[in-house]
Write a protein that binds this ligand. Structure first.
Ligand code: AMP
Ligand code: ZN
Length: 459
């Protein structure tokens, strides 16, 4: 029985889908104005583990994943520059080029982390759904939930009595983006833009006609419009990072439920943040890393996936390079070990039960990783071990199929270097041993020191 923590009730709940055997879920995706960083990818990897866990439980998952390429303003409220326009200025490109570039980069990085990405149109782009967003705003205007002021069309949160329920904040306690002046024309502090007008003296690169004036959709509108189109309403699970609880998701709920008169989603799933060296990530501290930057430092992107699995999604996780190195080492060991196995046995039922129990307990990925090592250290036939690892990898996504049963032919030159290294180690010449290890690495091989001695495998 799969249990998930539901942000709405703040409780662990048994997961029951609306339609038997099927799950419809929505995951808020990247704003494509820059490369997604390792904090963003913590969300995306853990959402991927959620999808795979649902599949392991036999559900057929329909997932919508949006790409925000318009309307997300730098303040996260409704003021300030559009992140996309800012990215375009920074790189001296058009907004459309920036969107294309960073969509491609996001997809490349997602592939490196073995993320399952839904096919189009479930992978949906905000600017491909302007008509749907205008339609949503029309419904809200017709039903009396929205009003027009000088800079756009706004949702009147006082007309939606349960506003604030997800974050359990009362409207009057809500802070607006600290650095921006509250818009004096808004009826309530928490009201938010459904449609913004283009500035009077400026032509935006992305703007569209609407019944209320030329402009662009507010950031939250896309998720409500696309979720309604591709999943229907209500759907089962809505995901995102915890930062989305108080503004973005609260606003999605208000506009979707006001427009269509039914609940938006039954379960709200939120992952905690990633810190770097104990601090919030920020460009000014210089601790915002991308997948490419880690790769340049010699880390396999899957070591990052392994690292994320090591913390529960509802806990803050602290990134350090030592911790990433430890993950890389563990993964190398797992890959090396997998090569000694065979693939042809059957899945071990006790390990299977432990693994499912860990994941079904609100995605306890650290416990699931521990089950791998229990299997590795256990006394089981090699074929069954191999088959069980491959089965677990359906959720873990650590490329084990590339290793299980693939015995290594180590070339002579590497073998010779390994012998030299062995001699250096016997003479306690650690510096010499490290130099040889580096030489071996430069030739594309990695050395692991195991109980049985040195093991080599291709990088
Ligand atoms: P954005 O592109 O800003 O909408 O963010 C994309 C996703 O990444 C959202 O679900 C955010 O909640 C999430 N996110 C942003 N920063 C972090 C972080 N430091 N740790 C974990 N998730 C994050
Ligand atoms: Zn969203």
């Amino acid at each position: 029985m799969l249990k998930l923590f539901n942000t709405v009730t703040r409780q662990l709940e048994e997961f029951k889908p609306i339609d038997d055997g099927k799950v419809r879920m929505y995951t808020c995706g990247p704003t494509v104005y820059w490369d997604a960083h390792i904090g963003n990818f913590r969300s995306y990897v853990l959402e991927d583990v959620l999808v795979r866990t649902l599949e392991l439980n036999g559900f057929e998952v329909t997932r919508a994943l949006n790409i925000t390429d318009v309307g997300h303003l730098v303040s996260d409220s409704d003021e300030g520059e559009d992140k996309m326009e800012k990215g375009a200025k920074r790189e001296n490109k058009t907004v459309w080029e920036i969107a294309e570039l960073y969509i491609q980069r996001y997809l490349e990085n997602a592939a490196k982390l073995n993320l399952k990405i839904p096919p189009k149109p479930l992978l949906c782009r905000a600017t491909d759904h302007i008509a749907e967003q205008i339609e949503l705003v029309k419904i809200l205007m017709d039903k009396g939930y929205a009003y027009v002021i000088s800079d756009g069309v706004y949702f009147d949160t006082s007309k939606f009595p349960s506003y604030g329920q997800l974050s359990r904040q009362k409207a009057e306690d809500k802070e607006e983006g600290a650095r921006v002046e509250a818009n004096p024309e808004k009826r309530n502090k928490t009201d938010f833009a459904l449609w913004k007008f283009s500035p009077k003296n400026e032509k935006r690169q992305m703007e569209w006609e609407s019944p209320w004036g030329v402009g662009f959709p507010g950031w939250h509108a896309e998720c409500s419009a696309m979720a309604h189109k591709y999943l229907g309403q209500p759907f089962d699970i809505h995901c995102g990072g915890v930062d989305h609880i108080p503004v973005h998701h609260e606003n999605e709920i208000a506009q979707s439920e006001a427009a269509y008169g039914v609940k938006l989603a039954n379960y709200w799933w939120h992952n905690e943040f990633l810190l770097v060296d104990g601090q919030k990530m920020s460009k000014s501290i210089g601790n915002v890393y991308t997948i490419n930057e880690l790769a340049e430092k010699g880390f396999n992107p899957l070591s990052l996936r392994y690292f994320y699995l090591g913390a529960h999604y509802r806990q803050l996780q602290n990134f350090t390079f030592e911790a990433l190195q430890a993950s890389q080492n563990a993964l190398n060991r797992l890959w090396a070990y997998s090569r000694e196995l065979e693939a042809g046995g059957s899945v071990l039922t006790d390990i299977e039960a432990d693994f499912i129990a860990a994941l079904d307990d609100d995605l306890n990925t650290p416990k699931a990783l521990a089950v791998i090592w229990k299997l590795v250290d256990g006394d089981y036939p090699a074929g069954d071990k191999g088959a069980t690892l491959l089965w677990m990898d359906k959720v873990l996504g650590l490329d084990l199929e590339k290793y299980v049963g693939k015995k290594i032919e180590v070339p002579e030159n590497i073998k010779n270097l390994m012998n030299e290294r062995q001699k250096a180690r016997e003479n306690k010449d650690w510096a010499g041993s490290d130099t040889i290890r580096k030489q071996i690495e430069d030739l594309g091989w990695i050395i692991e020191d195991t109980k049985e001695g040195q093991k080599a495998m291709p990088k």
